[in-house]
Design a protein around this ligand. Structure first.
Ligand SMILES: Cc1ncc(COP(=O)(O)O)c(C=O)c1O
Length: 336
């Protein structure tokens, strides 16, 4: 099977495995794992933040950010499809006990008018206190323009709120825009990044922010049972990925563009490449049928709704795989 379900399915490369086998380790709950420390320092530096914390998953990173960024009963504003509210089991209501207030916007960014409406009348005794705005970049593979992201962060700060960026694929955004990762993180109070997606590491994410916030995040990670001991073994994979696999994301983007062009040329299908994701639109309501036909032809994909599905290009996908996937998609489409 050509597995295009997600960029989370990658396996560590031989060089990455060697770095993991050779890693210096210590007890990270005691702050004594040199590899974890190095990963945290290099991540923070790349993001232009004071500090970063290695955590087992992007899910935990987002949940800690909400837990620290808003108090019990506070409003947290997010797109209805952002991972933090749509794919984390309602964790923000269980752990931080906040009130998610969700918007819809095709590009993932709330309009200025909506922000102003929601910020009005917050001294009303009936209202929950707005505390945090969440953004996601990339958002279903789409790069969120940095000026738009900045507008929302500035609005949050002007209204006494904080801003969190789920940058699970921030590296893809930075490469697509041709800017350093710190530019994508600029203006945010906390940023979550993943090593286990496009970068191809086996485990882990990081939450970055100012030193005081990350010190609190370290306590929150322990509260959630996320303190890890000789975590340098897995951090070494993440560190290898951070040092060697960021620039190569441009190859994934180019392959996604080539696959999208081939699929878009098929009768009845439309496709567009967004960074490393190909978003395919099937004939009305047929995305599930197309997904099943793709699987039957050996192409793993993920349905996004009744009309759309995604094919994700990653470290484990070669030029030949792209050609093969395009040919198999043509067969699947013909069988619809
Ligand atoms: C945008 C986004 N945020 C967060 C996550 C969570 O990451 P993890 O799978 O490491 O928990 C994902 C996972 O796919 C994601 O796509």
């Amino acid at each position: 099977m050509i597995d295009l379900r997600s960029d989370t399915v990658t396996r560590p490369t031989p060089e990455m495995r060697r770095a993991m086998a050779d890693a210096d380790v210590g007890d990270d709950v005691f702050g004594e794992d040199p590899t974890v420390r190095r990963l945290e320092e290099e991540t923070a530096a790349l993001l232009g933040m004071e500090a970063a914390l290695y955590v087992p998953s992007g899910h935990m990173s987002n949940q800690i950010a909400v837990y620290l960024g808003a108090g019990s009963g506070d409003e947290v504003w997010t797109h209805e499809l952002f991972h933090v509210v749509a794919n984390e089991q309602g964790g923000t209501s269980v752990l931080a006990r906040v009130l998610p207030r969700t918007f819809d916007a095709p590009d993932g960014v709330p309009a200025q008018g909506l922000l102003e409406r929601w910020a009005a009348g917050t001294d009303d005794v009936h209202r929950a206190r707005p505390a945090l705005i969440c953004l996601e970049n990339t958002f279903t593979g789409r790069v969120v323009p940095l000026a738009e992201q900045r507008r929302v962060a500035d609005f949050a700060h002007a209204h006494g709120m904080r801003a969190h960026l789920d940058g699970a694929r921030l590296w893809n955004a930075a490469v697509a825009l041709g800017v350093p990762p710190a530019e994508v993180a600029a203006g945010m109070d906390t940023v979550s990044v993943c090593f286990s997606k496009g970068l191809g590491a086996p485990v882990g994410s990081a939450l970055a922010g100012d030193a005081a916030t990350i010190a609190r995040a370290r306590r929150a990670r322990k509260l959630l049972g996320g303190g890890m001991r000789q975590a340098g073994i897995i951090a070494a994979g993440a560190l290898y990925a951070l040092r060697h696999h960021v620039d190569r994301l441009a190859d994934d983007h180019a392959r996604a563009a080539r696959l999208a062009a081939a699929v878009d040329a098929l009768p009845g299908l439309a496709a567009e490449a967004r960074t490393n994701m190909v978003i395919v639109t099937a004939p009305e309501g047929r995305a599930a049928d197309l997904a099943a036909a793709l699987r039957a032809n050996g192409v793993g994909c993920t349905a996004l709704g009744p009309e759309r599905l995604r094919l994700v290009v990653h470290l484990g996908v070669s030029d030949a795989d792209v050609d093969d996937a395009a040919a198999r998609t043509a067969k699947a489409a013909a069988a619809l």
